[in-house]
Write a new protein. Structure first.
Ligand code: PLP
Length: 420
């Protein structure tokens, strides 16, 4: 195998057949190599260089990469029945839906499966509009719910929407964690409020402890539904199975994706109560997907939910997160103001820098030291630490010491620039 040739040809093909801008971006960020194998928290490139993955495909690897149980379950299913007839009953879809009903809070019971996060959000929005017979939708500024037209309309960053205007009608955005602003907007015309329990791409923003409860009570008063988008925060990421459990709130509809496929296959879901789901009963094909809920992805989902429980991943994530936050606090104190704030819950952690140039220099320095991190999509001044949840303490220590080295290097560079 000629590794150098693989890298050169892949980059060339990205420039020629995928997107020249993306090819330039990866090269500029000094990520000009090709990923080849993975396990646990690590990825190896085609040359065999080892990286600790602290981006984790934007938070996908809640049971680590290539978990042997997920891989085995998928292999067995692959040989037998990878995709569904779509006319006969499918056991694995039924089993996964039952498991989700058991582990999600409150009386969430029925699931619909798609292939991605944004599809889950689209379905949730449709269900809310259908059930309430209302059109108005409210979300938070700086939120991220996906990039297809419906979820994009609800997402809170203008740059991603501008070329595609007009978006969905009757969509309003309020500042996150501002209960008065929300109270003024939610009325008898409102179908739903959609929020991330903790804003991920907005820069890891944790609301005040009673915010979501107050949102729920405002929604209840006006007959609007509360959709909690747990696509990034769900399945152990924040130190509980679902982030809404930190805030003692049960949504009317919950969306999941990312980690649900065990880091092996794509799958997304929206889940709601029997009462709300009634509107889908009369015509069960009113919302459908050819490939969503396929047996292969469902067995990955089933095994993932079992592993999360068997290996006590949410609780271990909570403990790891607390240790990392404490160490990051010490690093911040010594950073001479370069790090402005550390925010986090479980292993969803943001490091706030003074500006986006410093954040991207840090990400580049970390990449050179073989730790993969990235900025949050709606806030490029924040670097996220969002590793596979199975990451070891030793690996976390390595990440933190490489962060320290990167801070020193960037400081030297900035001092040189200032001195010029
Ligand atoms: N919702 C949230 C909270 C997300 O973080 C994301 C992706 O980052 C999405 C929705 C969209 O998911 P996907 O990229 O799978 O469409």
């Amino acid at each position: 195998m000629d590794e150098k040739k693989i890298v050169e040809e892949t980059i060339e093909k990205y420039a020629k057949y995928i997107n020249p801008g993306l090819a330039r971006y990866y090269k500029f960020a000094q990520l000009d190599t090709v990923e080849w194998t993975s396990a646990g928290s690590k990825v190896w490139d085609v040359f065999g260089n080892e990286y600790i993955d602290c981006l984790g495909g934007f938070g996908v690897f809640n049971v680590g990469r290539n978990h042997p149980r997920v891989v085995q379950a998928v292999k067995e299913q692959l040989e037998r029945l990878p995709l569904s007839t779509r006319t006969l009953f499918n056991k694995h879809q039924a089993d996964l839906a039952e498991m989700l009903a058991r582990i999600t809070p409150g009386n969430l019971q029925y699931s619909f499966f798609g292939n991605s996060g944004t599809e889950a959000v689209e379905g949730a929005l449709k269900l809310a509009r259908f059930y309430t017979g209302r059109e108005k939708l409210i979300s938070a500024k700086n939120s991220f719910h996906g990039k297809t037209m419906g979820s994009l309309s609800l997402s809170g960053r203008e740059v991603y929407k501008k070329p595609f205007l007009p978006c969905l009608p009757e969509v309003y955005h309020v500042p996150f964690n501002d209960i008065d602003a929300l109270k003024q907007l939610v009325d008898k015309e409102t179908a739903a409020v959609i929020l991330e329990p903790v804003q991920g791409e907005g820069g890891i923003i944790i609301p005040s402890p009673d915010y979501l409860k107050q949102v729920k009570s405002i929604c209840e008063k006006q007959g609007a539904l509360l959709i909690l988008d747990e696509i990034q925060t769900g399945l152990g990421r924040t130190g509980k199975m679902f982030a809404c459990e930190h805030f003692d709130v049960v949504p009317d509809i919950m969306t999941l994706a990312k980690g649900l496929g065990g880091g092996v296959l794509p799958i997304g879901a929206f889940i709601s109560t029997a009462e709300i789901w009634k509107v889908f009963e009369e015509n069960p094909f009113i919302h459908s997907s050819t490939l969503g809920g396929n047996p292969l992805s469902c067995v990955a989902g089933i095994e993932t939910l079992k592993i999360l429980q068997d290996e006590n991943i949410p609780e271990l994530t909570r403990i790891k997160g607390e240790k990392v936050l404490q160490r990051l606090g010490e690093i911040q104190a010594e950073s001479e103001g370069m790090i402005q704030e550390i925010r986090g819950i479980g292993l969803l952690i943001g490091i706030q820098f003074g500006d986006s140039d410093i954040a991207s220099l840090i990400a580049m320095e970390m990449a050179q030291r073989r730790v993969l991190v990235a900025y949050t999509l709606n806030n490029p001044t924040v670097i996220r630490i969002e590793p596979p949840l199975t990451i070891s303490y030793e690996e976390l220590e390595t990440v933190l010491s490489r962060l320290n080295e990167s801070l020193v290097s960037v400081r030297v560079l900035l001092n040189e620039i200032e001195g010029e």
